[in-house]
Ligand binder design. Structure first.
Ligand SMILES: Nc1ncnc2c1ncn2[C@@H]1O[C@H](COP(=O)(O)OP(=O)(O)OP(=O)(O)O)[C@@H](O)[C@H]1O
Ligand SMILES: [Mg+2]
Length: 368
């Protein structure tokens, strides 16, 4: 657990970067600090490992005030990922990751073996180990930064915009991988971002800060969407709140899934017409995995890949209302394809049925 008790930081020039911050980051959870540029996020983070000393107030690590600890020992317990990775340019990737364990007295050989494991764990090929940071893309360097912070297996991690330097697609992949990793390792993490979508996707809880270093609201992602504390938070969380909050509502059997007749590639135009409902028929492969929708009236001879419309996005049955609704809306037949965990077809849903289930769901009241 990391706890801020009434923590203030005024810089010598009088700037109050953090003002009376009270906040608790629970053990094993991912707490996100989010807020506009200059609101004191980095300052808050760096006060935890005492790269910056608070002007007043106390920060606790598992109920021990950090002010009484030896700063070097304190930093060994806390992994720190800084913005733009901050790798050592003259060291290879494997030695960048192995730095801390070697400093802590582990043999170079042992540390390198562990570093190699971590490099693969964050999704990089082991062949990158011998490269230098300048031979990696920005996103790959950020992965190395995460691996390096994990190398001494710290109980606590501080991450300052760790996924910022990459395009939205790679960013999404890094986030997914990181969520998977955190489910396994369960570290106590405080992560800084100024991207509210990243905060809502990753955070077990999210602290929204406003300029002047004050905490505006601390809540779960779904609570931020459904019950913002004031106009600043509502504004910062942004548009489409109602729709986005569906991303936190599990479908959990609430929506009736209809049976869908299917054909396989190679089916005749006649069969396609017989199985179609309305203008569209669903095409699956030999193991009932959906391939796309076809329009029988356009088929001469037999159904081929050229006939497939791929615009529909299948929803996994254990997913969220938002995914289910999106499956229906993105499907050319307006019937959203629902699959099981293995990607095999269960059936289809209509947007109307999803909306009915949403209206029956008292999630606005139960989000707290
Ligand atoms: N050494 C310093 N001396 C004076 N003011 C500082 C110093 N470092 C930071 N500040 C000020 O403190 C405030 C908070 O800075 P901080 O770096 O914590 O913001 P941030 O929330 O991390 O912003 P960003 O999202 O842009 O990284 C800013 O107004 C900044 O200008
Ligand atoms: Mg910052």
């Amino acid at each position: 657990m990391i706890k801020f008790e009434n923590v203030t930081k005024a810089y010598p020039d009088g700037t109050v970067a953090v003002d009376g911050l009270n906040l608790e980051a629970p053990t094993g959870k991912l707490t996100i600090l989010v807020g506009p540029s200059g609101c004191g996020k980095t300052t808050s983070l760096r006060m935890i490992n005492r790269l910056i000393e608070p002007t007043s107030g106390t920060i606790y690590l598992d109920d021990q005030p950090t002010s009484g600890m030896d700063a070097a020992l304190l930093r060994r317990r806390i992994g720190y990922v800084i913005q733009h990775a901050g790798l050592f340019p003259h060291k290879t990737i494997v030695d960048n990751v192995a730095t801390m364990p070697v400093l802590l007295g582990e043999s170079r050989q042992k540390a390198r073996i562990k570093a190699l494991e971590l490099i693969e764990r964050v999704g990089l090929p082991a062949s990158f180990a011998k490269r230098y940071p300048w031979q990696l893309s920005g996103g790959q360097q950020q992965r190395v930064g995460v691996a390096r912070a994990l190398a001494s297996d710290p109980a606590f991690m501080l991450m300052d915009e760790p996924f910022s330097a990459v395009d939205p697609v790679v960013r999404g992949q890094l986030q997914d991988e990181f969520l998977r990793l955190q489910r396994e390792i369960g570290k106590t993490i405080i992560m800084v971002t100024h991207d509210i979508d990243e905060a809502l996707k990753l955070g077990d809880q999210v602290a929204v800060m406003r300029v002047g270093g004050k905490l505006a609201q601390m809540a779960s992602p779904s609570e931020l969407l459904t019950s913002p504390a004031d106009e600043f938070v509502a504004d910062f969380v942004g548009r489409d709140r109602g729709y986005r909050s569906l991303g936190f509502t599990k479908t959990a059997g609430a929506v009736a899934i209809g049976e869908e007749a299917v054909i396989q590639l190679g089916a005749s135009a006649d069969e396609a017409r017989a199985k179609a409902s309305g203008a569209w028929v669903l095409v699956v492969d030999g193991s009932r995995k959906p391939l796309g929708w076809a329009q029988p009236e356009l088929v001469r001879g037999e159904v081929t890949r050229e006939h497939l419309n791929l615009s529909g996005i299948p929803a996994v049955v254990s997913g969220t209302m938002r995914q289910l609704l999106d499956a229906a809306l993105s499907s050319p037949s307006r019937r959203g394809v629902v699959v099981d965990e293995n990607g095999e077809l269960i059936g289809t849903v209509t947007a109307t049925d999803v909306v009915k289930a949403i209206e029956a769901e008292p999630h606005l009241e139960t989000a707290r």
